[in-house]
Design a protein around this ligand. Sequence first.
Ligand code: PLP
Length: 406
Amino acid sequence: MRYKASDSLLDLQYFGEFGGINPSISDSSTYTFLSAKTMFDTFEGNTEGCYLYSRHSSPSNLYLGEALAALEGTESANVYASGMGAITSVILQMCDAGDHIVSSRTIYGGTYAFMKNFLKKFSIKTSFVDTTKIEAVESAITSNTKMIYCEGVSNPLLEIADIKALSRLAKKHNIPLVVDNTFSPLSIAPAKLGADVVIHSLTKFINGTSDCVAGAVCGTTEFCLSLKDVNNGAGMLLGSTLDSIRAASILKNMRTLHIRMKKHSENAQYLAQNFEKDGLRVVYPGIPSHPGHTIMKNQMTSEYGYGGIMTIDVGSLKNANDLMELMQKKNLGYLAVSLGFYKTLFSAPGTSTSSEIPLEEQQQMGLTDGLIRFSIGLDNDIHRTYKTMKECMLQLGILEDLKAMI
Ligand code: PLP
């Protein structure tokens, strides 16, 4: 039977101080000890249940971590001040100077820039490959490779990682597989498919209110503790700690994730199907024309659908910009980066979230100028949204031949 992440998540039971039904928020950066010996032992990592200093851990962050471990079906999870805080901690924890990473070439622009540019400081090299081709991943592996990295559903091209196949390969070479699951919480459970570490930008669907930036790393207890180690832990020493008050608000928002994901997916599926019928170049994993459709279908938990993100190529950057401005005017959503909000968000990744990727490489991977990435919102009447979006395209003459259909 498929792993029921939402049940594990909703089954968690907390009692706050005074019998509150939400856990109490730990509003302290530091914690007292009745004995100096216990303080020393805690510092050494030998005392469970004792808190020392909130950069290391705090009750609120542990509650959120527990919920994320339940979501992904991992032993443990740590939370961070951003998705990038989580990603950079994992990479720097797993790789030493001179090591090598095999990464998908279509990943979030910030992750790409970190691997390609920042890691030069440590002489860590990354081979960016098409991870949908398992042979390409295998031939990029060297004796120094310390990580295979991909996104479950990639940003912004929506390539689908075959996590079982990648995990088999990773295990064959004894290399950890790290999957960023930001685009597909609940739909895909990478750890259940064999990934060793699952990363999230909580900023997106998991929090769902676009009011904060946060991240998470889900994995074994051993790995999560290593990130917190006072002497060598990248999480502890780089300091991208999530504030307790934010951890508490994200935990509350997570309780509606299962409902929101179903609605995001249902709406995106409706728009993708209809715009494809209208002759637009739509990319959405839920339509059979998507090259990763079957892989996604076989590895997903079907009740959550194919996710809330789709792309449409409207031919040129000018078309994309004109259309996004008009859609915002018509209150269809916001011309904004990020995803997972109740309103639709749209941006042209080539000039925004993926602008770190050089033009030539964007072209090689099929990231065109006219590509708009949509994070589809929770609209109650998606048919009305569809009609208004289509009217915007007609008004701009983007698709003359749509006229006949309206
Ligand atoms: N991973 C993915 C797939 C993303 O789309 C993003 C941000 O857009 C990140 C990671 C980085 O997350 P954050 O902005 O929370 O640092």
